[in-house]
Design a protein. Structure first.
Length: 305
């Protein structure tokens, strides 16, 4: 039995469902799937879970002090709920996944990684490491927290939650990527780095079609993680990334799930840049013309593209 845990709020429920569907679709192992969610969001998230053709265990929790912790970028306080996993899941280990992932293969080999006395295993995040302002030991890897293999027995024995709280209080002003910086500082010296295939971080915006095709051809690719603020369910993302994502989303048949349309000039400009970047110049030119017309007031800005 492999335990896989997600944590998110109502805003990411549909996307967590797509990731969960992809996980179940490719798994050859028995799964226990747990969604850790804010208690206030239960009535919104429960129907999504019920509609999904995958068995999901809901674990609603009170946010407690996390409600006063800072949010940043496109993240909400729900990012901190993963700190509760050792106290909620009474298994020796678990795999944590963010909602903005797609699972493309069985995770048994990941779940079986020898952790020894280490607390966590994950894939490095070079961009996060560069922007993190929390001091770290020389040579200590900075892991992306969107996929973590968690040694739950060791984390419980080490009192992870209380130590994480202390780190947050000490470094609150330096936390560029709050939950991720806290987790990396907490597990300093007790982390294992894994092959990039277990958390292949890509941008749904900057990546070109050719680059995305190259990623999909990588040997053993297991988890795709869409790491920036532009997600594959946004109409202004790279079309090839969006098309690939919706192959899973459409098969999951999740009520209420649909692409987020382009409704602002800024989103339309971003999409025009994406089209130019992918040498789709005619489409980009047409979109820019619509933007100009919208700016001139000749077109309703609610339907730019």
């Amino acid at each position: 039995m492999i335990t896989v845990v997600y944590s998110f709020d109502r805003n990411y429920a549909h996307y967590a469902a797509v990731s969960t569907y992809s996980l179940a679709l490719h798994s050859r192992s028995a799964l226990r799937i747990v969604w850790v969610i804010p208690a206030d969001d239960l009535e919104h998230i429960a129907p999504v879970a019920a509609n999904l053709e995958v068995e999901v265990e809901l674990r609603p929790v009170e946010p407690g002090e996390f409600s006063a912790w800072k949010a940043s970028h496109h993240f909400s306080q729900a990012m901190y709920l993963r700190l509760l996993i050792p106290s909620l899941i009474h298994e020796p280990r678990a795999i944590y996944l963010d909602a903005d992932t797609l699972v493309l293969s069985d995770l048994a080999a990941l779940h079986a990684v020898d952790l020894g006395n280490n607390l966590l295993a994950g894939v490095p995040d070079p961009a996060g490491a560069q922007s993190s302002r929390v001091p770290r030991q020389c040579g200590d890897p900075y892991l992306n927290s969107g996929m973590l293999l968690m040694n739950l027995d060791a984390l419980r024995n080490d009192n992870m939650l209380e130590k994480a709280k202390a780190i947050y209080c000490e470094y609150e002003n330096e936390l560029a990527w709050p939950d991720q910086c806290v987790i990396n500082k907490y597990a300093e010296g007790r982390k294992i780095t894994l092959d990039v295939k277990w958390n292949r971080q890509i941008s749904a915006f900057d990546i070109t079609e050719a680059q995305f095709d190259s990623v999909l051809s990588e040997s053993g690719l297991a988890v795709l993680h869409f790491v920036d603020s532009v997600k594959p369910w946004h109409k202004w993302c790279n079309p090839s990334v969006g098309d690939f994502y919706w192959r899973y989303a459409d098969r999951a048949r999740i009520d209420g799930l649909k692409p987020q349309e382009i409704t602002t000039i800024d989103q339309a400009m971003l999409f025009a840049r994406v089209l130019d970047h992918n040498a789709r110049f005619q489409e980009a030119s047409m979109l820019k013309q619509r933007i100009i017309e919208s700016l001139l007031g000749s077109q309703d800005s609610d339907s730019i593209a």
